[in-house]
Design a protein around this ligand. Structure first.
Ligand code: GDP
Ligand code: IMO
Ligand code: MG
Length: 437
């Protein structure tokens, strides 16, 4: 790799290439060892990222996954939506665990999630009856709706003269909506106001124009990682709408959600499991409603890190992955949870779908069609060996090597690394991308 190429990796985006929970947190933490800054650019505490090092396990939802590295500045960017009570309790847990939260910086432009957003999220889900999205009920959709509707309240508003009036207007407006639509109980404005002011004081010193510090870091040749939340297939524009989250989850949103020029991003790592999971409703052609699915779920501990819900499990969907690579601007993929497939006699990869008796190689726009897609599989022999301690690609069993090579071939993209366990040590990088000389 020449020097210019390695320089491009100094602003590297890491996103999920499936329906979330691909292990982005783990991979971000791994790369953060050689980084100076990690920036979350979208989502809120609907995310749940587990990072693990030497048996020490952490869950972060809004704090960037660089937090286990004391020299890394962790930025919560303008594109995120922040629930203050949740952020503060997360920071308190981190401090108790011995991590330094002084490294956290919060964008003054980030929007806030208020209790009325959560109440509306819950009611809307209930109203959807058999068409539930399966949201995390963290108020994310309603908070982003307010942002787009220009009714949102941002962090920078809290210290301003008219904050009380603004919040009062919003609480009264939402109370009318909650009563009229769902016959729900009104929320108490004073309680929300007082709690917000009190919590604000705890983070005031971390609030800044983060776009400036990110740009400065990049210009002074620092390594900056942009950490995605959710996955490309949950992207509000390109995902399996309406069974998506309410933000742009792909790397294309990293510049907007962080406040930097799109020209600064050249490399995007898409993290993908060696199989697929989905938590929440929506089409899932390769879903395994069988013993094999249960086996993978148990072995991979496939239960939502945020909500505890069992994740739906399926074979690797290369059609969906190729689509995510294309629309999500992914330049390399990182395969995680490869170890979970050990012990299976056969492993399948979906290479096309059949819809209305025709073979298709891309995702249909409508979920109604997506639900009807029948997967066409390529079958490969599995391996029995425990691979959780391997240190290189060469140490993998032949069938595991062939599986990875097949993914590269079908998806027409290089695999940059793979992961064989939850711990940071169980990560194998195939290309030394941070060449700092
Ligand atoms: P994220 O939301 O993309 O950060 O992913 P989550 O943390 O929600 O879910 C991924 C889960 O898989 C976590 O419990 C990780 O500890 C775990 N994990 C990550 N990589 C591996 C791996 O290679 N093997 C195994 N067995 N577990 C992994
Ligand atoms: P991480 O960052 C997996 C899913 C929800 C639901 C849909 C909409 O840990 O990968 P929302 O609460 O965002 O309105 O829910 O999106 N979802 C996730 N699924 N991982 C996540 O985050 C998710 N965040 C949201 O289950 O289907
Ligand atoms: Mg997760």
């Amino acid at each position: 790799m020449n020097k210019n190429e390695s320089q491009d990796y100094r602003s590297l985006v890491i996103v999920g290439a499936q329906w979330g929970d691909e292990g982005k947190g783990k991979i971000t933490d791994y790369f953060a060892q050689s980084a100076d800054m990690v920036v979350r650019f979208a989502g809120g505490n609907n995310a749940g990222h587990i990072i693990e090092q030497n048996g020490k396990k952490l869950k972060v939802t809004i704090v960037p996954s660089g937090i286990m590295n004391s020299r890394v500045i962790n930025v919560i960017g303008n594109g995120t939506v922040i629930n203050l009570p949740s952020l503060i309790s997360e920071m308190e847990i981190l401090e108790k665990e011995g991590f330094i939260t002084d490294t956290i910086k919060i964008s003054n432009r980030a929007h806030l999630v208020f209790p009325y957003h959560i109440v509306i999220d819950e009611f809307q889900e209930k109203e959807r009856k058999n068409k539930k999205i399966g949201t995390t009920k963290r108020g994310i959709g309603p908070a982003y709706s307010d942002k787009v509707d220009r009714q949102g309240i941002r962090i920078c508003d809290i210290a301003k003269k008219d904050f009380k009036e603004k919040l009062k207007y919003n609480v009264e407006y939402k109370n009318k909506f909650i009563k009229a639509m769902f016959d729900g109980k009104p929320l108490n404005f004073e309680d929300i106001y007082n709690e917000t002011i009190e919590l604000y004081k705890k983070i005031e010193d971390k609030i800044t124009d983060t776009a400036i510090i990110i740009e400065d870091a990049i210009k002074s040749n620092k390594t900056v990682l942009f950490e995605g939340a959710q996955g490309v297939l949950l992207d509000i524009d390109h995902g399996t709408y309406p069974f998506v989250t309410s933000s742009n989850t792909s790397a294309n949103n990293a510049p907007t959600g962080a406040g930097i020029s799109a020209n600064l991003i050249k490399h995007v790592i898409g993290v993908a499991k060696a199989y697929c999971t989905r938590v929440g409703a929506g089409g899932f052609p390769t879903e395994l409603l069988s013993e094999i699915g249960d086996q993978i779920r148990e072995k991979g501990h496939e239960y939502g890190s945020n909500t505890g819900r069992p994740r739906r499990v399926g074979w690797l969907d290369a059609v969906a992955l190729k689509y995510a690579i294309k629309v999500g601007g992914i330049t390399n993929i990182f395969i995680t949870l490869l170890d979970v497939l050990s012990g299976l006699e056969k492993i399948k990869i979906c290479t096309s779908y059949t819809l209305n008796n025709r073979q298709i190689n891309s995702l249909p726009a409508c979920d109604e069609d997506y639900q009807e897609c029948i997967p066409n599989f390529l079958e490969m022999p599995g391996w029995n060996e425990d691979i959780t301690q391997v240190k290189s690609f060469d140490e993998l069993p032949e069938n595991a090597k062939n599986y990875l090579k097949m993914i590269e071939k079908i998806c027409e993209i290089d695999i940059i690394g793979f992961s064989i366990g939850p711990d940071r040590k169980q990560t194998i990088l195939l290309d030394q991308i941070f060449n700092h000389d």
